[in-house]
Design a protein around this ligand. Structure first.
Ligand code: NDP
Length: 282
């Protein structure tokens, strides 16, 4: 069985580093969260991705406390919801999240969506940059930002996010956003790394063939593709056997030809997107 030491760590522009594989808890029911997060921590996951809007921060915090694992061995991310971006609301929202999580600091605090129609994401970024001067946040970042949103916050503040957490999987690779982030030293966190089960990635020949060749599952092949691309991932599952399966991706490697075949799944026309479009969600 793999353990936490098999997970590579990626250095962020904040000076901190992050385990490249974590566990995301979107749609994990609040009542189940403590149990599954505890299972994930016992399996060796040391990076948990939650958000205020998921409604399960208390369960995440309870699992961390119960695990007995020292706080500084766990990388914890939460996110600011769209209706808290204005004025000095981000400070109050962060404090609420810290209370629910039962921690003194989060490793990473993200603006969840740019929600451009609200006109508040630049303000939120200035607020996060100011909060980042204190002890309650180690790194700040954004989520679902397109190039225009990244340029707006960078242009206004000169402060770059440590990460941009975006929908990314073989069928939807957002190459323009990835290129901008690579040029500016911003790491990509890929949400929906398995296509959320909505896009049939596992049936695509490039994935299926690589899985057969390596005697792995299609999910392991897709996650391995992310790891070799340099993406940070935190696949969600409420099933212990899948949590274990998703962790076992560090003892095989895809060939250049297999990587290229999976790269080619995205036709580049946006048709593989399974989530909301960043300009449309408020
Ligand atoms: P994923 O791509 O991780 O897919 C999750 C789905 O895949 C679930 O239905 C799960 O089912 C299934 N699954 C997990 N492992 C396997 C496996 N080994 N084999 C087959 N099926 C599997 O989607 P998510 O949307 O959950 O993305 C991951 C995380 O990204 C989230 O939990 C959240 O932390 C973050 N996120 C961030 C967003 C943002 O706006 N910033 C938006 C969406 C997600 P089951 O649970 O039944 O096993």
């Amino acid at each position: 069985m793999a353990d936490q030491h098999d997970v590579p760590r990626i250095a962020l522009n904040s000076g901190y580093d992050i385990p490249q594989l974590g566990y995301g808890v979107f749609k994990v029911p609040p009542a189940e969260t403590e149990k599954v997060v505890l299972e994930a921590l016992e399996l060796g996951y040391r990076h948990i991705d939650t958000a205020a809007i998921y409604g399960n921060e208390e369960g995440v915090g309870a699992a961390i406390a119960k695990s007995g694992i020292p706080r500084d061995e766990i990388f914890l991310t939460t996110k600011l919801w769209n209706d808290r971006q204005g004025g000095d609301e981000p400070r109050a929202a962060l404090e609420e999240s810290l209370t629910k999580l039962g921690v003194d600091y989060v490793d990473l605090y993200l603006i969840h969506w740019p929600a451009p129609a609200n006109g508040t994401f630049v303000n939120a970024w200035k607020q996060l940059a100011a909060l980042n001067e204190g002890e309650a946040i180690r790194s700040i970042g954004v989520s679902n930002f397109l190039v225009e949103h990244l340029e707006a916050i960078h242009g206004e503040t000169g402060v770059l996010p440590a990460v941009n957490q975006i929908e990314l999987h073989p069928a939807y690779q957002q190459r323009d956003v990835v290129a901008w982030c690579a040029d500016h030293g911003v790491h990509i966190e890929a949400w929906g790394p398995l296509g959320q089960g909505k896009y049939d990635l596992f049936g695509v020949p490039a994935v299926h063939d690589a899985a057969s060749a390596h005697d792995r599952t299609p999910a392991q092949v897709v996650l391995r593709w992310h790891i070799q691309k340099g993406n940070i991932v935190f696949p969600k599952s409420v099933k212990a056997d899948r949590l274990r399966e998703n962790f076992r991706i560090f003892d095989f490697a895809l060939s250049d030809a297999e990587m290229s075949a999976i790269d080619a799944i995205d036709p580049g026309d946006g048709s593989g997107r399974v989530g909301a479009h960043p300009t449309e969600l408020h």
